[in-house]
Ligand binder design. Structure first.
Ligand code: NAD
Length: 499
């Protein structure tokens, strides 16, 4: 049976009125299981109005009270973990353990946000002048919005609304229309945790809903995560409309493998980071760069049988290494890239294009693919594939290996495997990417650090979560006060200075 999903506005489920829908699939079965209503501009405006109404009271709560809501929300999400993970796997296709990881990484941002009384503490300078004290405080912005991708339907909304709401803002989440059920459920749990109606709203939609967010003057800040072309559009449009914006885009993450690396460890790391979640992660490793042909050959010897033996299966089967791709369209796109790689002259060592899962023939499954002899000029190297496809680009020196990720258009994550501390330190210092792993394949920073790439992987200058997130969702006010007022300095016609 196909369920019609709803929006969640002012604490209530609201049926969509546009008459426009997008099918939500169960990718394991290859069947439609729900319909996402695509909001009209008016529906989005009604959510903005609800958030605006809720703002003054929520912002005026003392931060400890807001933190208590976050504590309660964390407890409720933990209590509902199994239900949320099953829901997430059913719509997205990632395996249950990975869905739990997606939720857990979001919860870690909620745990961080529980410290908001401390995080929002201001600065105070006593006696900055005669009888003068100066202090700075952080205040929330107002109504803020987050536009999120399909691939982390729990973690990425929580990156954004966890910090935004704790800071005292009210929030509109515009989740991916491909898998919006988890964000909707999280909004219900936020209300159950004690957030007043209108503090967290979820409006499902496409370009019409997004454009309303980007242009409505009541929205103060926009956080976006998705593909690069849309990130760049969101950044330019929201900024032109006077909003604060952070917009994270696509990626092509390299792993450099030095001759002194432990190749068994490298093979484990590449299998997990390259093929986990069917490669549909912005921090997936999609390019392996062995330094020297001997390293490349020894690595392939270990890697090839592992890729051939990947267990591709239903998302709810605990024995699956990874599940189906999110949609038939995305599966076709990824297979198209493999066809292209063959045409471009790369050597396809493992071909997973024809993989079919018995009993699930309609599911969007794809076997792991492994390319060797990929070169810089190929489109399969330059463009993000976002599937279970790993490309080996052979480098002949350490400098050439650093140059590859550094000159690539994307600069999200990068990793190096080595037992040489000097090389690792030099690499971390020189490489042009925002997040670096040293013998760590997926260096996603923890909640109290902050997440963000460089170059065309991120637009704007503030990262997600951590203290950067608190800065993004607050503005500073600085007060200069003079007490007692009896001190007379006389009229001053020049700019006051500290003589
Ligand atoms: P997407 O860009 O298609 O969609 C992201 C959001 O933008 C969705 O909410 C979608 O509804 C909206 N959108 C899509 N087309 C739009 C348009 N024309 N105008 C306005 N809004 C539009 O991305 P996706 O396929 O959902 O997610 C995968 C992409 O996200 C990959 O490129 C991946 O690298 C990237 N990603 C990046 C990060 C990061 O932090 N850098 C994290 C996760 C995913």
């Amino acid at each position: 049976m196909t369920t019609e999903l709803t929006h969640f506005i002012a604490g209530k489920h609201v049926k969509g009125t546009s008459g426009r829908f997008l099918d939500v699939y169960n990718p394991t079965l290859g069947e439609v299981q729900a319909k996402s209503p695509l909001a009209t501009a008016d529906e989005m405006r009604s959510a903005i109005a609800a958030a605006q109404k809720a703002f003054p009271e929520w912002a005026a709560q003392n931060p400890q009270k807001r933190a208590r809501v976050m504590f309660k929300f964390k407890e409720l999400v933990e209590k509902n973990m199994d239900e949320l993970a099953a829901m997430l796997s059913r719509e997205h296709g990632k395996v249950i353990s990975d869905s739990k990881g997606d939720i857990q990484r979001g919860l870690e941002v909620i745990e961080f946000a529980c410290g908001i009384p401390h995080l929002m503490k201001g600065d105070f300078s006593e006696g900055a002048g005669p009888g003068i004290d100066m202090y700075s405080m952080r205040q929330p912005l107002g109504v803020v919005a987050g536009i999120t991708p399909f691939n982390f339907p729990a973690m990425i909304p929580m990156w954004m609304f966890g910090v935004a709401i704790a800071c005292g803002n009210t929030f509109i989440c515009k989740p991916s229309e491909k898998d919006p059920s988890v964000p909707l459920r999280l909004a219900e749990l936020m209300m159950e945790a004690g957030a007043p109606a209108g503090v967290l709203n979820v409006v499902i939609g496409d370009k019409e809903a997004v454009d309303t967010i980007l242009t409505d003057p009541r929205i103060q800040a926009v956080s976006f995560v998705g593909s690069t072309n849309i990130a760049s559009y969101v950044y330019a449009t929201a900024a032109a409309n006077g909003k604060r914006v952070q917009a994270m885009g696509g990626a092509k993450n390299h792993m450099i493998i030095m001759p002194d690396a432990n190749l068994d460890q490298v093979a484990d790391a590449l299998i997990g980071a390259g093929y986990g979640s069917a490669g549909e992660r912005c921090m997936a490793i999609s390019v392996a760069v062995p330094v020297g042909d001997a390293v490349a050959d020894a690595l392939i010897e270990r890697l090839k049988p592992r890729v051939e033996a990947l267990r591709v299966g239903p998302s709810n089967d605990p024995d699956s290494d990874y599940g189906p791709m999110v949609s038939a369209e995305h599966l076709a796109k990824v297979k198209g890239y493999v066809d292209l790689g063959v045409k471009e002259g790369a050597k396809l060592l493992v071909d997973g294009r024809d993989f079919k899962l018995q009993g699930y023939e309609k599911g969007y499954f794809m076997g792991g693919c492994l390319f060797d002899n990929v070169t810089r000029d190929m489109r399969i190297y330059k463009e993000e594939i976002f599937g279970p496809v790993l490309s080996i680009v052979r480098a002949q020196s350490f400098d050439e290996a650093i140059d590859l990720p550094s000159t690539h258009e994307y600069g999200n994550g990068v990793a190096i495997y080595t037992s040489d501390g000097d090389a690792a330190r030099d690499f971390a210092s020189r490489v042009q990417a925002g997040m670096v792993g040293i013998n760590v394949p997926i260096p996603v920073p923890l909640a109290y650090h902050s997440f963000g790439g460089w170059k065309r992987s991120a637009f704007g200058d503030t990262n997600q979560h951590g203290t950067e997130g608190v800065k993004f969702y607050t503005k500073i006010k600085t007060v200069t006060s003079r007490w007692p007022t009896g001190i007379r300095a006389g009229a001053e016609f020049s700019i006051p200075t500290m003589k």
